[in-house]
Design a protein around this ligand. Structure first.
Ligand code: TLP
Length: 351
């Protein structure tokens, strides 16, 4: 059975061109900084987000962790949203491994935190308090529905951070989706931040890796921390080669996924029992839920959909996340809509 996997854009396979580039990549020892393919990827990545230097890391999680450990010392406080991926889904790494204290502010539905909240959360310099060191934003914001932060918002937070001698990090796992949604270049969204991580292995289809970018000094420190975390990967050029193809071939087309997400949202909205989240979709993610009249919960619907070869994520008892990506064609979107319609009629639901 043909499988339509909409659980995430992390499920994307590398393309043939990526596999070819991986096989042919010139390599060296990257811990010595001698892998030409890694070096090229890092330069390309830094240029795309307008920073001096880049560091190839194993994952988005590692990029955020390395960034925060390079910016902060033990006991320092990081201000971030209560729906931030770093807070919810990175296994508490910044606290467990970095000894960092987090201050979680409410994320509004548009992925922002109120400036007044950020301002009020900055600690006075006094012995009872941790030292506030860093603010972290996420663009696109995953749990807020794949919404994108504007350059104005990021600039305003950057100005506030600078005025209060704080640093600003951006989890830009899907920064190219954010840029495509706003018709901007990624660097127009990342200008105000001190560091940014973006992922190669989500909508860009590379099999592994993220790039952390910032000043040369920052990347020098980040390089040591990546080594401490066991992330010095030696002949990593075989992986970076796929990342280069990803940047060359996938950035410009990523908006196609937003069009498919729109088609998906329109089809699903027309099905009785499906309630679309307001404003969906802004990028490649569609969040929707079950109407009160539907007698099944999301996990039962997910299992029934799997029987049609359609795979979606249940994000709570009655809500779903569906993510469009390179390997999802219009026909796959239509199959998913069809499968939802059948399942909500009660077909193939295990009671
Ligand atoms: N997100 C994954 C899951 O962990 C939820 C997904 O399927 O969306 N930042 C953001 C905004 C992310 O969405 C993710 C992955 C990461 C960081 C972490 O990236 P990886 O998985 O490479 O560590």
């Amino acid at each position: 059975m043909h499988s339509v996997d909409l659980r995430s854009d992390t499920v994307t396979w590398p393309t043939e061109a990526m596999r070819q580039a991986m096989a042919e990549a010139p390599v060296g020892d990257d811990v010595y900084g001698e892998d030409p393919t890694v070096n090229r990827l890092q330069e390309m990545g830094a240029a795309l987000v307008g920073k001096e230097a880049g560091l190839f890391v194993a994952s988005g999680t590692m990029g955020n962790l390395v960034a925060m450990l390079a910016h902060c010392g033990r006991g320092d406080e990081v201000i971030l949203g209560n729906k931030a991926h770093t807070f919810l889904y990175e296994a508490g790494g910044i606290s467990a491994l970095g000894g960092l204290h987090s201050c979680q502010l409410p994320n509004l539905p548009d992925g922002t935190m109120l400036l007044e909240d950020v301002q009020a959360a900055i600690r006075p310099d006094e012995a009872h308090h941790p030292v506030t060191r860093l603010v972290s934003l996420e663009n696109t914001h995953n749990r807020c529905g794949g919404v994108s932060l504007t350059s104005e918002y990021t600039r305003t937070v950057g100005e506030l951070a600078k005025a209060r001698s704080l640093l600003l990090h951006l989890d830009g796992a899907r920064i190219f989706n954010a840029a495509a949604a706003q018709g901007l270049l990624a660097k127009e969204l990342t200008g105000p931040v001190d560091s940014v991580t973006f992922c190669l292995s989500k909508g860009l289809c590379a099999p592994v890796g993220s790039v952390l970018c910032g000043t040369k000094d920052f990347i020098f420190r980040a390089h040591r921390i990546r080594k401490q975390l066991g992330g010095g990967m030696r002949q990593a050029g075989v992986l970076a080669a796929a990342g280069i193809v990803a940047l060359d071939t996938m950035v410009a087309r990523i908006g196609d996924d937003h069009v498919r997400a729109q088609r998906l949202a329109e089809g699903l909205s027309a099905i009785p029992g499906i309630v679309m989240d307001v404003g969906m979709p802004q990028t490649n993610m569609v969040f929707c839920g079950l109407g009160d009249e539907v007698p099944w919960d999301a996990s039962q619907v997910v299992s029934a959909l799997a029987g049609y070869g359609v795979h979606v994520g249940a994000v709570s008892e009655r809500r779903f996340r569906l993510v469009a990506h390179y390997w999802i064609q219009d026909a796959d979107v239509d199959s998913a809509i069809q499968a939802f319609a059948s399942v909500l009629k009660g077909e193939a639901i295990a009671s």
